[in-house]
Design a protein around this ligand. Structure first.
Ligand SMILES: C[S@@+](CC[C@H](N)C(=O)[O-])C[C@H]1O[C@@H](n2cnc3c(N)ncnc32)[C@H](O)[C@@H]1O
Length: 322
């Protein structure tokens, strides 16, 4: 459902002015995209500066895989110096993170999300078609040791693949400040989504309550994408990202810039507008702001629902980032 344009404009502008939690996603590392099409370090900083000077205070680097970019440290250093930016974070597969994290921290990376869908090395290898489970676990531990608090671990739950591991993931939160975030499986191009593979939040919660009856809901911020919970005696937290069965579009203040400079106002919306092309054609900051503002005003009140999304052409998640 679309909400009236006037109301939407009011809602978005209001949010741009007052929200301290607008998030800009910069996305890198999609293999096969020729380098000339990708935003350069300087272009990323110019665009990021435009957003931060307009009120964005959190930037997430995702992908693709941000750590494959050779200039990732320089990018972090440049972004972390932007006046007004409070959080610089990254979503990574954790394969090379343990080695790179000390330097990334020095360059201003203030928090980290590590993707891990299984605690079973053989399943990891089957799913990702490479070894590396131990490396990801080492990265999680390295992040904890470096004082990241919490270290977020993203786990996409899929029926028949890892739904039997939910309680093992919750156990990770017992001794360490790890925030395990269970994500409902979402449809994107190429991931052969099927409603039968979706494990709804309600079902995940039933499983967790049976084994961890002291689980309690925490107060969320209106723009949180996750429902957050604490368990007695656990240092870490458990969260659920319920994009499919209980969407949180009304509080969503995320904007995304893809590696090729396309701007996207909704993870699930196929519409994109290039910021790279006008930037390379010499557009002034004000012209870029107008393009951004027009796109933001087209942000819909909510996504189309999982069954329609499954039929809609959108980029694969690996191109959009989380
Ligand atoms: C596209 S990934 C970003 C790639 C990143 N370099 C990584 O592997 O962490 C962003 C997050 O979205 C999650 N994700 C990917 N596909 C998904 C899907 N179909 N449904 C739900 N979450 C998904 C991933 O697990 C990851 O935590």
């Amino acid at each position: 459902m679309n909400i009236p344009q006037e109301l939407l404009r009011h809602r978005v502008l209001h949010r741009l002015k007052i929200s301290q939690r607008i998030t800009l996603f910069l996305i890198y590392g999609v293999e096969l995209t020729p380098n000339a099409q990708l935003l350069s370090n300087a272009e990323i900083l110019r665009l990021a500066n435009l957003f931060v000077s307009s009120g964005v205070n959190k930037i997430r680097l995702t992908g693709g895989e941000p750590t494959v970019r050779k200039d990732i440290e320089d990018i972090c250093l440049g972004l972390s110096k932007l006046k007004g930016l409070e959080t610089l974070t990254m979503t990574t597969n954790g394969i090379t993170l343990a080695r790179k994290l000390p330097r990334l921290k020095e360059c201003g990376l203030s928090s980290v999300n590590i993707s891990l869908d299984t605690l079973v090395p053989a399943k990891f290898e089957f799913m990702t078609r490479r070894k590396g489970h131990e490396k990801v676990m080492n990265s999680i531990n390295a992040a904890v040791d470096l004082g990241y608090h919490p270290v977020k671990v993203n786990c996409v739950v899929m029926r028949g693949f890892n739904d039997d591991e939910i309680c093992d993931f919750v156990d990770l939160t017992r001794e360490k400040p790890i925030n395990v975030r269970f994500i409902e499986f979402m449809p994107f191009d190429g991931n052969v989504w099927n409603v039968k593979k979706l494990v709804p939040y309600s079902e995940m919660m039933d499983t967790v309550i049976k084994h961890f009856p002291s689980i309690k809901r925490l107060q969320d911020h209106p723009t949180d994408t996750a429902k957050n919970f604490a368990i007695d005696g656990h240092q870490g937290r458990v969260s659920f990202i319920t994009s499919m069965t209980e969407h949180f579009c009304a509080g969503c203040n995320r904007l995304r810039i893809l590696a090729d400079g396309n701007f996207k106002v909704c993870l699930f919306g196929p519409s994109e507008v290039s910021l790279r092309d006008p930037l390379r054609d010499g557009a002034e900051d004000d012209e870029l702001r107008e393009i951004i503002s027009a796109a933001v005003k087209r942000k819909k009140a909510s996504h189309a629902g999982m069954f329609d999304l499954a039929k809609t052409a959108n980029r694969p998640m690996i191109h959009i980032g989380g």
